[in-house]
Design a protein around this ligand. Structure first.
Ligand code: OVM
Length: 401
């Protein structure tokens, strides 16, 4: 007979305003309570330690995504939009769309964009620094750069792009409870959702673009044609707010740190590691849920079938059981194995896009200034899933001759 351990309970609310403002103290508490805990506020299980989060992410047979990766169980509640074929699907339905996404967003395919994106990053850096040493790392850089390169790469037309950030913001909020942020924003989302859905149509995507290529995959029979717009929708949903947050995170991590700024100036091969370490430290996507497909044992606790389990990526990425001095941004550490992009079958298919955007933008700044400092306290943006900022005033240190 399997020995069953009682699950510790807590009333910590992982979607409360207090938690979203600063989740770190509650995440430490969650890790300390035990390897798996019950959140009484939502009647779900939670894992906050690295080992169990990693396990939960890699066991897709026991912990499915198809019932939604937020609080809501799609079997019991109607989702706010047709489920994503990538994020909210399991094998075998998930696999063909995933292969299309992987080929489309592969490092090989993105190499063709590198020079152009680096040129745009340089142009943006010149514009900002030409206006003086003061800038806002979120508004002027982290938001503007992805919006200059990514919508063009997807093949969007020039109009309506202001919908992209609000749509992503809403989609990431929608993984949390209906009451609160979602309820407040939902009445304003109609035109934004309609615009996004319209952009996914074949005739609205420029020839030669990533979006057009998704439709060509359907022509080749790799996916049924009715799936093409949903895959385009995934890029529009997951491809903007996330990279904005990632770029802001790496600038935040380097603010005031002349030693590591200098290290990067002198050894550009460290750029990908700087981005990876920033993603570990900030975990732009803080958590995703899974749903048990059958009774499942996690850390000795048997969880019944059809239960929601939240895997707190941000807590795992700062688990001292896994990381030395986890709160430190450290270019000397090997951050690989972090779960900021998830792990396993669903690991972020867009991570190469994010890495390219962040490294070319940071590279352009390293070429032009000898460091950045916070000029005022950054302003957090509250979202049920994304941990980011609305504003981050900075000052650049002019480059010595
Ligand atoms: C999607 C998607 C994928 C990853 C994250 C996400 C809103 C959405 O396929 O639409 O968050």
């Amino acid at each position: 007979m399997p020995h069953t351990i009682a699950v510790p309970e807590t009333d910590i609310d992982i979607f409360s305003e207090e938690y979203l403002r600063d989740p770190l103290p509650a995440q430490e508490e969650l890790r300390e309570i035990g390897p798996i805990v019950r959140l009484t506020r939502y009647d779900v299980y939670a894992c906050a330690r690295y080992e169990e989060v990693h396990r939960g992410l890699t066991d897709w047979q026991s912990l499915q995504s198809g019932a939604g990766v937020g609080l809501s169980d799609f079997l019991k509640e109607r989702p706010w939009r047709p489920p994503s074929l990538l994020l909210e699907a399991d094998p075998p339905r998930h696999d063909a769309p995933r292969h299309v996404g992987e080929r489309l967003l592969s490092p090989r395919r993105l190499r063709g964009m590198q020079d152009e994106w680096a040129r745009v990053a340089g142009e943006l850096a010149d514009e900002i620094l030409g206006a003086g040493d003061a800038f806002d790392a979120v508004l002027d850089i982290a938001q503007r750069f992805p919006l200059r390169v990514f919508p063009d790469a997807i093949g969007l037309g020039p109009h309506g792009r202001e919908h992209l950030l609000p749509y992503g913001d809403f989609a990431f909020n929608a993984f949390g409870p209906r009451e609160g942020i979602v309820e407040r924003l939902a009445p304003t989302m109609g035109p934004t959702v309609a615009w996004i859905d319209e952009q996914c149509a074949r005739e609205n995507l420029a020839p030669g673009s990533l979006g057009a290529e998704i439709w060509e995959s359907a022509d080749r029979g790799e996916i049924p044609p009715e799936q093409a717009p949903l895959i385009v929708r995934s890029l529009l949903t997951a491809g903007v707010d996330t990279t904005v947050t990632g770029i802001a995170a790496v600038l935040h991590a380097l603010a005031g740190d002349r030693v590591q700024w200098r290290m990067l100036q002198e050894d550009r091969s460290l750029l990908p590691r700087a981005f990876e370490e920033a993603v570990r430290l900030e975990s732009p996507v803080q958590a995703f849920f899974r749903t048990t497909t059958a009774p499942t044992t996690i850390a000795g606790v048997e969880i019944p079938a059809r239960e929601k389990v939240v895997l707190i990526l941000g807590a795992a990425n700062r688990d001292p059981r896994r990381w030395d001095a986890p709160e430190r941004f450290d270019l000397a550490r090997d951050p690989s194995g972090h779960v900021g992009f998830g792990m396993g079958l669903h690991q972020c298919v867009g991570q190469h896009v994010a890495r390219l955007e962040a490294t070319v933008m940071l590279g352009a700044l390293l070429d032009r200034v000898d460091g950045v400092d916070l000029a005022a306290r950054p302003v957090r943006h509250l979202n049920n899933t994304l941990r980011g900022w609305d504003s981050m005033p900075m000052r650049a240190e002019p480059r010595r001759a």
